[in-house]
Design a protein around this ligand. Structure first.
Ligand SMILES: [Zn+2]
Length: 201
């Protein structure tokens, strides 16, 4: 366990157990008696339960934040470990803030999607900044992949899935559909390189 100040970015596609990795680290650090606080963005006005949950049943309490100003408001002065899940939904100022927290002597561990449904770096809103700009700041870059769920005659493909295919009303989402869709019947499935439907531009 690295207990020196650092920034770790846990990134990858959906269904890649990024939250599990994050929660495990936060629990381990807290168990060492280090003051730990976690946050997650409120998405489109929807508040989830006040915790980060992982597929294997682990959870860690987390404060919902609208943006980085909320993060600055709620972070305790004595907090030594800052965890953020779904970091890609915050605004671009989170990049410098993560850097600042680590420079101040904190351990910062964030998890998020590296790519959007197009297979491009996930944008922080309209800031012009993307997850690539956050990943490059990290001391520890932890990449997680999922298993491809493309159905073949012999069952699921099972290949290394680095991307997620998005469907809207059963069809592959068009390139120009919004990065975050609200109110549509949409679904996502992890895909390997062979089975991800790339967009021709
Ligand atoms: Zn596949």
């Amino acid at each position: 366990m690295n207990v020196r100040p650092h920034l770790e970015v846990i990134y990858g596609t959906m269904f890649a157990d990024k939250s599990t990795s994050l929660v495990k680290r936060l629990l381990a650090l807290q168990n060492l008696g280090i003051r730990t606080q976690a946050f997650k963005p409120e998405i489109d006005g929807r508040y989830g339960p006040n915790q980060i949950t992982s597929h294997n049943g682990l959870s860690f309490p987390a404060t919902d934040i609208k943006d980085t100003s909320d993060l600055l408001r709620y972070i305790g002065e004595s907090t030594k470990v800052v965890g953020i899940d779904e970091v890609q939904f915050l605004n671009g100022s989170i990049i410098d803030l993560c850097d600042k927290f680590a420079n101040e002597g904190r351990i910062v561990i964030v998890a998020g999607l590296d790519r959007d449904f197009r297979g491009e770096y996930f944008p922080f809103g309209k800031s012009g900044l993307t997850m690539a700009d956050l990943i490059v700041k990290a001391d520890i870059q932890t990449h997680r992949t999922a298993r491809c769920l493309f159905e073949t005659p012999n069952g699921f493909c099972g290949g290394v899935a680095s991307r997620v295919q998005r469907f809207i009303d059963g069809e592959v989402a068009p390139y120009d559909s919004p990065t975050i869709a609200v109110g549509k019947e949409e679904s996502y499935t992890p895909r390997c390189r062979q089975h991800f439907q790339f967009y021709e531009l």
